[in-house]
Design a protein around this ligand. Structure first.
Ligand SMILES: *[C@@H]1O[C@H](CO)[C@@H](O)[C@H](O)[C@H]1NC(C)=O
Ligand SMILES: *[C@@H]1O[C@H](CO)[C@@H](O)[C@H](O)[C@H]1NC(C)=O
Ligand SMILES: *[C@@H]1O[C@H](CO)[C@@H](O)[C@H](O)[C@H]1NC(C)=O
Ligand SMILES: *[C@@H]1O[C@H](CO)[C@@H](O)[C@H](O)[C@H]1NC(C)=O
Ligand SMILES: *[C@@H]1O[C@H](CO)[C@@H](O)[C@H](O)[C@H]1NC(C)=O
Ligand SMILES: *[C@@H]1O[C@H](CO)[C@@H](O)[C@H](O)[C@H]1NC(C)=O
Ligand SMILES: *[C@@H]1O[C@H](CO)[C@@H](O)[C@H](O)[C@H]1NC(C)=O
Length: 421
């Protein structure tokens, strides 16, 4: 691995600006500049810029070195003064990086600062091949997920490699769990610390490839800004009278009291949800409608006192409690139940009547019998006579018809037989 072991001394483009101090009026002495400006990588994305002190500086001079960084010709306004002979900075590997330093006698107006000494670090690889939109999320203080897109000039079979390093690791590590999804590259690596830890080292991430065609890119990230808690699990609901208790399991990876929660619930009949913030892993909701269904979900967010991250967890799966009374369904019930009752009563009544006839045959009424024996008989015979007189003609015709039919049938057959013979 190229970044392992001792700092790599790099050949550099030394551009010392021996600016002739033409305009040094009043005869002020111009200081000589520092010499042997150089740099080395001390980690994958960290540079150590070094130089030697200028010669023949009088002991009365309070010598300090002023340095600054220029990225792609843009000064970074990152000026620093120090007495030490080095400065450590982040590396910007995908852009031209220039470092400049000069000597100054502080609080001394008898000498002018030296001219700037500069050196630059030019990007390697083909332009437009560096990974873009690198972003990392620290899931549940357990593992880091970094994603990026390939540069526009990258061939489709390019394999990017991600290295990471943080203070505490001896050597940089290579990420090994890669995947791609719709052109987005992704690598996952473990990133854990003992639970008692409350300060986390800056993490450096370098993406390059094994050949040197791909332009490398570096990023330094403060892990506390990348924290995303796990989705709250084991959400349970319980209803006591007009109160619903919502509980979920506490995080096993976060220190106690470092998570905030949001419980979102909505009554099944209403669209608008309500959000209840909570610092505990439970909430109680009072004054609920007992005839409604309630749907709950929970998400977590890091507490700002612990982590300066704005990432929420995903919402937990929705859980519901209570029965929803469906209005149309109850309307149907209101109509059909009495109808069913009425129909079955009628059926039952009819059935009972039949049963009654079977069990208690109708008792003959003695009055009726007497009536039939005497009064009715007369009446009957009279009416019968009347009827007979009326119907006698009809009866006669009927009889005649039948007879004639029989006659024609009986007389015809022998005749026809005779004729056929
Ligand atoms: C940078 O290099 C100088 C000279 O080699 C060394 O004294 C200094 O400790 C280095 N700085 C770091 C942070 O390693
Ligand atoms: C520095 O001082 C020495 C004598 O102390 C002298 O020989 C040398 O020329 C001086 N160098 C410069 C650059 O002024
Ligand atoms: C330096 O500053 C002092 C006061 O702080 C002043 O008296 C003196 O004239 C200055 N010398 C030069 C060369 O500017
Ligand atoms: C991609 O390559 C072409 C030609 O090689 C170059 O002109 C273009 O600037 C590159 N794209 C980027 C984003 O650098
Ligand atoms: C990328 O990796 C795949 C599978 O490991 C390999 O087939 C392919 O040749 C690699 N591409 C390059 C540019 O090395
Ligand atoms: C690789 O990452 C996936 C998630 O993206 C994870 O499920 C799997 O366990 C990881 N494999 C290893 C070896 O860490
Ligand atoms: C990451 O950690 C999990 C357990 O926390 C372990 O099973 C897995 O092997 C680790 N993966 C790597 C690449 O170290």
């Amino acid at each position: 691995m190229a970044f392992q072991g001792a700092p790599v001394r790099c050949r550099l483009l030394l551009a010392v600006c021996w600016v002739v101090a033409a305009g040094t009026a009043a005869g002020a002495k111009v200081l000589p500049p520092p010499s042997n400006l150089d740099y080395s990588f001390i980690q994958i994305c960290t540079l150590n810029w070094t130089w030697n002190p200028p010669p023949n500086v009088s002991s009365s001079c309070n010598l300090e070195y002023s340095s600054d960084i220029v990225i792609n010709e843009v000064p970074q306004d990152n000026r620093e003064w120090s007495k030490s002979l080095f400065r450590v900075t982040d590396a910007f590997l995908d852009e031209e990086m220039r470092f400049k330093v000069r000597s100054e006698c502080k609080h001394d107006n008898t000498s002018e600062p030296s001219p700037w000494v500069e050196t630059s670090l030019l990007p390697k690889g083909i332009p437009g091949t560096a990974a873009v939109d690198l972003s990392c999320v620290w899931h549940n203080l357990e593992y880091m997920v970094c994603t990026w897109r390939p540069g526009e000039n990258v061939s489709s079979d390019t394999n990017y490699t991600l290295f990471y390093w943080f203070d505490g690791l001896k050597n940089p590590k290579k990420c090994s769990n890669y995947s791609t999804d719709q052109g987005i590259f992704r690598c996952v690596f473990n990133f854990t610390f003992p639970k008692v830890t409350n300060t986390y080292p800056t993490i450096s991430i370098l993406i390059r490839d094994d050949s040197e065609e791909i332009r490398p890119v570096c990023a330094s990230k403060n892990p506390t800004t990348l924290v995303k808690p796990a989705t709250p699990s084991q959400v349970t609901l319980s209803k006591i009278n007009d109160k619903i208790d919502v509980k979920w399991s506490e995080s096993e990876t976060f220190p106690k009291g470092c998570l905030l929660y949001e419980v979102k619930y909505h009554n099944g009949d209403l669209d608008t949800g309500r959000i209840i913030p909570s610092e505990e892993n439970s909430v109680s909701i009072a004054g609920i409608d007992p005839n409604s269904k309630y749907i709950f979900k929970v998400k977590a967010k890091p507490k700002p006192d612990c982590y300066s991250s704005e990432f929420y967890s995903d919402w937990s799966e929705e859980k519901s409690i209570g029965e929803k009374r469906d209005f149309t369904f109850s309307l149907v019930l209101i109509i059909t139940i009495p109808l069913l009752v009425a129909v079955s009563t009628i059926i039952l009544l009819v059935y009972l009547k039949r049963l009654k006839i079977l069990i208690f045959p109708p008792i003959p009424d003695p009055r009726e019998i007497l009536k039939r024996m005497f009064g009715e008989q007369n009446e009957d015979s009279q009416s019968y006579a009347k009827d007979e007189s009326v119907n006698a003609y009809d009866k006669l015709i009927m009889e005649e018809e039948i007879h004639s039919l029989i006659l024609t049938e009986t007389s015809e057959t022998p005749n026809s037989e005779k004729e056929n013979r």
